[in-house]
Write a protein that binds this ligand. Structure first.
Ligand SMILES: *Cc1c(COP(=O)(O)O)cnc(C)c1O
Length: 371
């Protein structure tokens, strides 16, 4: 049977249809309906944050959070992420300045942030990539010292906690993605979490065309609201998400057991004091030590109908739309990882036997050379 890199979690058909039935009576399909409000409230509790503003997707949430902060100039971020992070910065008329990543968790290397700060720097947009926690304490120290805003791309970090604190509490704001491919989803969806009430108020208006009330439009907003059908999917999925993360943890365990002793394959170390969400399982292949390159492993798995992804390759700074604008040799660790990484299949529906089989195929590639 085909194994994809991800597989969306679904509530039962009956659970979802039962939950959307009242919409045929209320005929309130979007615009902050009852399910939207209920989901926002439940997410506040689950993520242990003060405020949640729901969005049509994670990307628009990030774009609007940056817009709401009235930023100008340069934003320090990483190129080892999904296109969305960099696009959100650029689409706000801001200039991304790429910082290298930490080889131990692939998030922004906080020791390299300060050397990139100029008089034009206004914010830092770090990414909790794969659900790995950024060095939130050091980033906070730097931001305070230099008067910078911090907006986390927490698209991968749903449910992650650090010393019992929900990941969405760090920085001035955090963006979560509830896309179908993420640990928790609303089909399409996203959110901003923040302790800043004024920001929440601005976002409520911005995602609804900047409308303050019936006669006053005081922001140049757009349409980025979450509809009721998506909110209901979220309410259903939230009931099961702990169980789904638990199942994912067994896959992580099987991968770790099978892969930790293979020379030439690196896996990420477990982060201290961090409650993980098992969103992804990346491996990095050192061609010399392993005796085979990344493509050989990808192709061997593909032959058995197992599909992996090169998340994240290319670096956003190397994407065609940014040709000639950035120099990825200035972020050598990010470049090194992007050239060698594979994300293995990861979902709650994967069994430990699947994981064992996948690892067996990877192991059999050792010393196979280039294909
Ligand atoms: C998924 C993702 C986004 C965008 O979220 P959408 O909900 O798909 O718009 C942004 N950043 C990262 C790192 C992501 O993985």
């Amino acid at each position: 049977m085909r194994i994809n890199v991800i597989r969306s979690s679904m509530p039962s058909f009956e659970e979802y249809t039962e939950a959307i039935r009242p919409l045929w009576d209320s005929v309130w399909l979007t615009n902050m309906g009852a399910n939207h409000e209920k989901l926002a409230g439940q997410l506040c509790e689950y993520l242990r944050v003060k405020n949640v503003s729901l969005f049509v997707n994670g990307h628009m949430a990030l774009e609007m959070a940056l817009q709401a902060m009235d930023l100008e100039g340069e934003v320090i971020t990483t190129p080892f992420t999904f296109a969305s992070t960099t696009h959100a910065i650029v689409r706000n008329g801001l200039t991304p300045v790429f910082c290298d990543i930490d080889p131990n968790n692939y998030t922004i290397d906080a020791t390299k942030i300060e050397e990139l700060i100029t008089p034009k720097t206004c914010a830092i947009v770090p990414v909790h990539v794969y659900g790995c926690l950024c060095d939130v304490e050091e980033i906070e120290r730097i931001a305070k010292k230099h008067g910078l805003k911090v907006i986390y791309d927490a698209a991968h970090a749903f449910g992650v906690e650090y010393k019992g604190i929900g990941v969405g509490n760090f920085g001035d704001a955090s963006m979560f993605s509830f896309h179908a491919t993420k640990v928790f989803h609303t089909i399409e969806g996203g959110a901003i979490t923040t302790g800043d009430e004024e920001l929440i108020d601005k976002l409520r208006k911005l995602k609804d065309f900047g409308i303050k009330d019936e006669e006053i439009v005081d922001g140049i907003g757009a349409n980025a609201k979450m509809n009721e059908f998506c909110a209901v999917m979220g309410l259903c999925n939230l009931r099961h998400v702990d169980g789904e993360i638990e199942k994912r943890s067994l896959v992580t365990k099987a991968y770790r057991q099978n892969l930790s002793d293979i020379e030439g394959i690196s896996i990420l170390p477990v982060q201290k004091d961090v409650k993980p969400n098992h969103a992804y399982f990346p491996i990095v292949i050192d061609e010399k030590e392993f005796g085979a390159d990344r493509q050989t492993v990808i192709d061997s798995l593909e032959q058995q109908d197992i599909h992996t992804r090169k998340y994240f390759y290319p670096l956003t700074s190397d994407m065609d739309c940014y040709k000639g604008m950035f120099d990825s040799s200035l972020t050598p660790v990010a470049k090194h990882i992007a050239d060698r990484v594979i994300t293995l299949p990861m979902s709650a529906s994967l069994t430990q036997d699947d994981a064992d089989r996948i690892c067996g195929i990877i192991r059999s590639c050792k010393g196979a050379g280039k294909q």
